[in-house]
Write a protein that binds this ligand. Structure first.
Ligand code: FES
Length: 172
């Protein structure tokens, strides 16, 4: 004789489905659907970021007159501040119609570089770092990167700074 309730399943089995393993099983179709939806979501996100960067691009740097062509003879230099008063830069007239400008902050330990006409280079006095006066590239010494270059534009007789180029990348 069996007692009432002796054949009943244990309580835990009643509360947890016996098909739990089947329910956890993810079919190939479900997995593919998940991948497609996730990829689509990422695609939409990336397209949104791309459109935002193209259409909502703000000019990060001001346009600022820094000199006139008559201010410098060939081989002369002049310091100025750009884009903020704390960012010292140097403008060099390297040719009759050629002007270049660079940040004065050395890419090694941030000492101020100066233009040496005799060596036709930008020199850092702290550890004898040398940069090309043509393109700001490192010629000698410990600096790891070229000097940031100031993007210039000539409007009439005025030289206008309108951006900063770091390591060849443009930020204007
Ligand atoms: S700080 Fe310019 S070379 Fe070291």
């Amino acid at each position: 004789m069996k007692l009432l309730g002796q054949n009943r399943e244990p309580l835990w089995k009643e509360e947890f489905s016996v098909f739990a393993n089947d329910e956890r099983y993810v079919s190939r179709r479900q997995f593919a659907k998940f991948l497609v939806l996730t990829s689509f979501g990422m695609l939409v996100g990336n397209v949104w970021l791309l459109l935002k960067s193209v259409f909502l691009r703000k000019e990060q740097y001001p346009r600022q007159a820094i000199a006139t062509v008559a201010d410098l003879a060939v081989g002369q230099s002049k310091t100025f501040s750009y884009p903020t008063a704390d960012d010292r830069c140097v403008l060099i007239r390297t040719g009759e119609r050629r002007y270049v400008a660079f940040s004065q902050k050395c890419t090694h330990l941030s000492c101020a570089v100066y233009y040496s006409r005799d060596e036709n280079a930008l020199v850092c006095p702290c550890h004898k770092g040398y940069f090309s006066a043509q393109d700001g590239s490192v010629l000698q010494g410990p600096p790891p990167r070229p000097l940031p270059r100031i993007v210039l534009e000539q409007v009439g007789d005025a030289l206008i700074a309108r951006g900063v180029q770091v390591n060849g990348g443009s930020q204007s």
